[in-house]
Write a protein that binds this ligand. Structure first.
Ligand SMILES: [Zn+2]
Length: 175
């Protein structure tokens, strides 16, 4: 893909009523809106992968925060597809995280359907957004306020410590 792939604006969006929510990743790249439909598990996995990559990146010192993109998403865009495989990369020269998404229904496995580059700040926001969107459909623990399940809930109020479950990428279907 030629051209400047910097994301002007990105967002994870949940559409529909609880129990029947659908999820998509919206991105404006080169002035065009892309809407990439994802399973809840994929949203969760993307959020975790971004977080883990951010944790591993070398410290580049203070960076200039990019002005927040004010462009409006074209929510009726024709550039929509259901994602199959996703890849995450890092462009060291530019200090950008790179997301590549392949159309689940594309005949050509090797052809990237979508790619965009994001700043660390954008990636951090997107990761937090993914976590919030995934958690929004779950009941919260009355003891600690954290979203519960699908696995056993390790409650910091009961155990005195919080165990981050980074392997919990295996979410069940939308409840
Ligand atoms: Zn709890």
């Amino acid at each position: 893909m030629a051209g400047d792939l910097d994301a002007e604006r990105i967002q994870i969006e949940a559409i529909g009523e609880p129990g029947e929510r659908r999820f998509r990743f919206l991105a404006i790249v080169n002035g065009e809106t892309y809407a990439i439909w994802m399973e809840k598990q994929q949203v969760h996995a993307l959020g975790l992968a971004l977080e883990q990559m951010l944790d591993r990146l070398p410290d580049m010192g203070p960076t200039l925060g990019a002005a927040p993109g004010m462009a409006e998403f074209d929510r009726e865009t024709r550039r929509q597809f259901r994602v199959g495989r996703m890849e995450l990369g890092y462009d060291e020269g530019e200090d950008r995280l790179v997301v590549v998404a392949h159309d689940l229904n594309s005949a050509d496995e090797d052809e990237a359907t979508f790619a965009c580059r994001m700043t660390r700040e954008q990636a951090r926001d997107l990761s937090a957004e993914a976590a919030a969107v995934v958690a929004a459909g779950r009941p919260r623990c009355t003891m600690c306020g954290e979203p519960m399940g699908p696995g056993p809930h390790v409650c910091p109020q009961q155990n005195g410590h919080f165990k981050h479950d980074l392997e919990a990428a295996d979410e069940p279907d939308e409840e």
